[in-house]
Write a new protein. Structure first.
Length: 510
């Protein structure tokens, strides 16, 4: 009689790995903020300022008002906050915002559509391969001149960052830049610095970046071109300082590889002899045409939004020249939609591909558009419960007791933790500007300086915080430790902090 073999005991399942904390998305954070502000409105007393002809609050006129909202009305405001954030109308008599009132648009529909339009344009441009190929060709041509290559790549990234918020797109260039930097005798950290800091410093010093300066200017009720002279000066100086910082480190590593902060992986040093033999990327006539169109579109955008009379005369209230366009988001939305179609026609995409690419571009940018909508919905709740002016009044005394330069620096510092909590520049701007912009009126400072201080804080934080895909994704692609990147970048962050404060003091005094 044979005995059946013993049945093996089932193997114990390995313990599930501990779940790591994941920082919530901007949409989740804003949803939490919406509920928190709605609850806070039950505790904060209602109040109002008298307004001048331009709608700005008049200092010293704050007074309490009766809270006439019922619980049902407040609950309705919470329920409709995303809708009001998109196309809520402000009643001319009561000042309340709702989707069925008659008056001026309070929601962010104009900015919402603009974000989708520029997303479509950028996606169509990338679909032609012109921008990728142009940067790759530039890098290849300068492959034997290391310092010039670093400077050129960072300058291109910075220009794209300051005019259109180019940042996450740098993730696609690590496959090109890492081996090229290694071939020149540098380390992987040089490629990380050139990418993250090159684009990041452009976004920090945004001149007309629609996702930072554009959204903030709209929320502050000023033109996109207001303050562009100060921002351009900042961009020139801070970009030069950042390039010199990365080039200095690269040369130190090239002279003495032992001074590399990240060290070298197996095979990195061998690429020095073979990395320069790649074929130069071809730039076709189509690529050149698309690049020219890209430059022309953004150049025209800058021309159309700058208040040239004020910029050239130095007088904020100067009469506009006859040739000034004074365009805003409706016209710019139409510009980028037309430009997307034009690039598609030039590239001979065909009706089906062009249509799908435009739709895909809008879909890719729906996230920042929704963030703007939700953030605007928070301000609607504050407006309808009449607590916005109460918050302003609580800060008014502090602001009036400071000099204009100190006020500008305070706005910069206050926004640093907000930028960490809300890494989305557009959401941060829409949420903060309704409070910060009127404070500038009390302090006697241009609202454009507040916009510059806000975007500097957002840009400075996004150079290193681990909540951004640009930073974490970049160090991961380059196989560099995040802690190593922090050791590399912290001296530059300190330098930039001092320079930003200096420019803000200068701008407040102008």
């Amino acid at each position: 009689m044979t005995t059946a073999p013993p049945v093996p005991a089932p193997e114990a399942e390995p313990p599930a790995p501990p779940r790591k904390f994941a920082f919530p998305s901007a949409l989740t954070i804003l949803a939490i903020v919406t509920v928190a502000v709605w609850l806070l409105a039950f505790l904060v007393p209602a109040g109002q300022y008298d307004r001048d002809a331009g709608g700005a609050p008049v200092s010293g006129t704050y007074h309490r008002v009766d809270d006439t909202q019922s619980f049902t009305q407040r609950l309705n405001d919470l329920f409709l906050s995303p809708v009001n954030g998109l196309y809520g109308i402000q009643d001319a008599k009561t000042g309340e915002v709702g989707p069925s009132f008659a008056g001026e648009l309070y929601g962010s529909a104009g900015v919402f559509l603009f974000v989708l339009a520029i997303g479509s344009f950028i996606t169509v441009v990338f679909a032609t391969g012109a921008l990728d190929r142009g940067i790759a060709r530039l890098a290849h041509r300068l492959r034997d001149r290391g310092a010039l290559l670093i400077a050129a790549v960072m300058l291109v990234f910075s220009v794209l960052g300051t005019v259109e918020g180019f940042a996450e797109e740098t993730l696609g260039f690590y496959g090109l830049l890492v081996p090229m930097m290694l071939a020149l005798g540098y380390d992987r950290l040089v490629a990380v610095g050139a990418s993250i800091l090159g684009a990041g410093i452009g976004v920090l010093c945004s001149t007309v970046n629609p996702f930072a300066t554009g959204v903030a200017s709209s929320a502050a009720d000023i033109s996109l071109g207001d303050g562009i002279v100060l921002r351009f000066a900042m961009w020139v100086v801070l970009t030069a300082v950042t390039i010199l910082y990365v080039v200095r480190y690269a040369r130190r590593v090239q002279r003495d590889p032992a001074k590399s902060l990240c060290g070298f992986l197996p095979g990195d040093r061998e690429q020095k002899a073979t990395g320069a033999d790649e074929v130069e990327p071809e730039l076709t006539r189509l690529h050149r045409t698309v690049l020219v169109l890209l430059v022309l579109v953004f150049t025209f955008m800058i021309f159309s939004v700058v208040p040239w009379s004020g910029a050239l005369t130095g007088e904020a209230d100067a009469a506009p020249y006859s040739w000034e366009l004074d365009w805003s988001f409706p016209q710019l939305s139409a510009l980028f939609l037309c430009a997307a179609v034009l690039v598609g026609l030039v590239a001979r995409m065909g009706e089906a591909k062009l249509s799908s690419t435009i739709i895909q571009g809008a879909a890719d940018f729906i996230s920042p558009a929704l963030v703007i909508m939700l953030a605007r919905g928070v301000t609607v709740i504050m407006n309808n419960s009449k607590i916005t002016d109460t918050v302003l009044h609580s800060i008014e005394g502090v602001v009036q007791g400071t000099s204009s330069g100190v006020f500008a620096v305070i706005v910069f510092v206050v926004n640093l933790p907000l930028a960490f909590l809300i890494p989305s520049t557009s959401g941060h701007a829409t949420l903060a500007m309704p409070i910060l912009a009127p404070l500038a009126d009390f302090a006697g400072v241009s609202r454009a300086v507040v916009v510059t201080a806000w975007q500097s804080a957002s840009g400075w934080m996004n150079l290193w915080v681990p909540t951004t895909a640009v930073t974490i994704g970049g160090v991961a692609l380059a196989k560099v430790g995040y802690d190593t990147y922090l050791r590399f970048v912290w001296p530059l962050l300190a330098i930039l902090f001092v320079l930003i404060c200096g420019f803000l003091v200068l701008g407040a005094a102008m």
